[in-house]
Design a protein around this ligand. Structure first.
Ligand SMILES: Nc1ncnc2c1ncn2[C@@H]1O[C@H](COP(=O)(O)OP(=O)(O)OP(=O)(O)O)[C@@H](O)[C@H]1O
Ligand SMILES: [Mg+2]
Length: 371
C-alpha cells in the first residue's frame, strides 16, 4: 500500500491495530462510507460552514485555498475532510503522512511533482522529521523548495519554484506542532466529539449504504455507544450487523444491538476494553490517582500515545478522568461507572477529583513531557 492510496482509512504505521474492534474487511467499507461532499458531512456544523467559506472564496478568486489544519482525536473525520477539500475544489489529492517524511528529500520528491492547485494531505503532521518540517515552511509560504544537489562540502541548494498547492494537515496532537508550523495554516479547525443525534444520523446513513436493516431504536443504541466518534459508530454498526445476520434474522433493533455490543465488550456508555482498562487500573491499582500517564500506559499494556490520544480524550470529555498537574485522576463518576466505592469519603483537598481543567503548560506530571 503506497502513500497515495486514497482508500486507506488509517495511517500505514499499524496504529489501528490497537483498536480491539478493527477487522480486516473494514477498510473497504470504511472507504465506501466516507461522505464525499461538504453537504454529505454530518455534524461539525461550525467547521463545515467555515470550511465552505474558505473554499467558496478560493473558488471565486480562482486560486488554491489557504492551507488547512485539522486536529482532533482519531476517527472524527480529518481524512474525510481532507478528501472533501480536494473533491470540492475538483483537484487531485496526494496523500502522505508524517512518519513517511523522515527525510527532507521524501517531501521534496512529493512537492516537486505537485500540480497547480492540488491538495497535499499530510496525516499525522506532528510526526514529521525536522528536516521535512523546515522544507515545508518554505513550501507553504513561498511555494519553493530547496533541492540539495551533491553531498558534503560541494553540496549546493537549488531553489525550485513549485505551483501553488493547498496543504491539508491532520494531527491528533495540535499541541505538539511547533508554533511556526501552526502559524502557516490559514484555517485551523479543531474537530470535536459528535453528539448522539449526529451519530444516529451517521449510522443510519451507513446502514442505508451497507444495506443493513437498522430500526430507529437500534440506531439510537449504536449511536449512544459510539464514544462520540463516527468511525466507532460505523465499526459498531458492522459488528451489530454480523450479529444480527447470524443470530437474529438480520434485523437490528435495540435488543439485538445491545446483545451484540455486550458481546464485543462495549458498555452502555460506549467505553470499550481500553477505556475501561484505563479506568480500572486508575481506580483499582492506583487508588484513583494521581498517576503519571507513562505508568498508567504500562499498567494497561499500551503505548502512552494510545492511552493519551485514543482513550483519554473521551474519558476526559465524559467526566470520568481528569488531567491534573500531578497526574491522571479518576473522578467520582469513574468509580460509580465501575461500580466501585471510592477508597474513603472524599475530604476537601484529598481524594476529591479536581475539576477537569486542561493541563497547564509548565505544570506537567512527572513523566509527561509532551502534553
Ligand atoms: N462528519 C461525518 N459524517 C459522516 N461520516 C463521517 C463523518 N466523519 C467521519 N465519518 C466516518 O468516519 C470514518 C472515519 O473518519 P476519518 O478517517 O476521516 O477520521 P480521522 O479523523 O481521519 O481519523 P484518524 O485520526 O484515525 O486518521 C470515515 O470513514 C467516515 O465514514
Ligand atoms: Mg485519518
Amino acid at each position: 500500500m503506497g502513500d497515495t492510496d486514497m482508500t486507506a482509512g488509517d495511517p500505514p504505521d499499524g496504529r489501528e491495530v490497537v483498536t480491539p474492534l478493527a477487522l480486516v474487511d473494514d477498510g473497504v467499507d470504511e472507504a465506501a462510507l466516507r461522505p464525499r461532499t461538504l453537504d454529505a458531512l454530518i455534524g461539525q456544523e461550525r467547521v463545515r460552514e467555515q470550511l465552505a467559506l474558505v473554499l467558496d472564496a478560493a473558488r471565486a478568486r480562482g486560486r488554491a485555498p489557504d492551507h488547512v489544519l485539522l486536529s482532533g482525536p482519531p476517527g472524527l473525520g480529518k481524512t474525510t475532510m481532507a478528501m472533501i477539500v480536494a473533491a470540492e475544489m475538483g483537484v487531485p489529492l496526494r496523500l502522505t503522512s508524517g512518519p513517511a517524511l523522515q527525510h527532507a528529500g521524501d517531501l521534496a520528491a512529493i512537492l516537486s511533482g505537485i500540480g497547480e492547485g492540488e491538495v497535499l494531505f499530510v496525516d499525522e503532521l506532528h510526526r514529521m522529521s525536522r528536516g521535512a518540517e523546515e522544507m515545508l515552511y518554505l513550501a507553504m509560504e513561498d511555494f519553493r523548495v530547496d533541492v540539495i544537489v551533491g553531498k558534503g562540502p560541494g553540496a549546493t541548494a537549488i531553489p525550485l519554484e513549485i505551483p501553488r498547492f493547498t496543504l491539508v494537515g491532520a494531527t491528533t496532537r495540535a499541541g505538539l506542532l511547533p508554533g511556526p508550523l501552526r502559524d502557516r495554516f490559514g484555517f485551523t479547525a479543531q474537530l470535536d466529539f459528535y453528539a448522539v443525534p449526529e451519530l444516529t444520523a451517521i449510522v443510519r446513513r451507513s446502514a442505508d449504504l451497507l444495506g443493513v436493516d437498522l430500526r430507529a431504536d437500534g440506531a439510537d443504541e449504536v449511536a449512544g455507544r459510539s464514544r462520540g466518534t463516527p468511525r466507532v459508530a460505523n465499526r459498531l454498526l458492522r459488528r451489530v450487523r454480523d450479529f444480527a445476520e447470524v443470530r437474529a434474522g438480520g434485523v437490528v433493533d435495540t435488543e439485538v444491538a445491545r446483545r451484540a455490543l455486550e458481546l464485543y465488550e462495549v458498555d452502555e456508555r460506549g467505553l470499550d476494553r481500553l477505556d475501561r482498562g484505563v479506568l480500572d487500573a486508575l481506580c483499582r491499582r492506583f487508588d484513583g490517582g494521581p498517576v503519571g500517564l507513562g505508568t498508567l500506559a504500562v499498567s494497561v499494556g499500551e503505548e502512552r500515545e494510545t492511552v493519551e490520544e485514543v482513550a483519554e480524550p473521551f474519558l476526559v470529555r465524559e467526566g470520568l478522568l481528569a488531567r491534573t498537574p500531578r497526574g491522571r485522576v479518576a473522578t467520582a463518576a469513574a468509580w460509580a461507572h465501575l461500580g466501585l466505592e471510592p477508597p474513603r469519603a472524599p475530604t476537601a483537598g484529598s481524594r476529591q477529583a479536581p475539576p477537569a481543567a486542561p493541563l497547564l503548560p509548565g505544570l506537567l506530571d512527572e513523566d509527561d513531557p509532551a502534553s
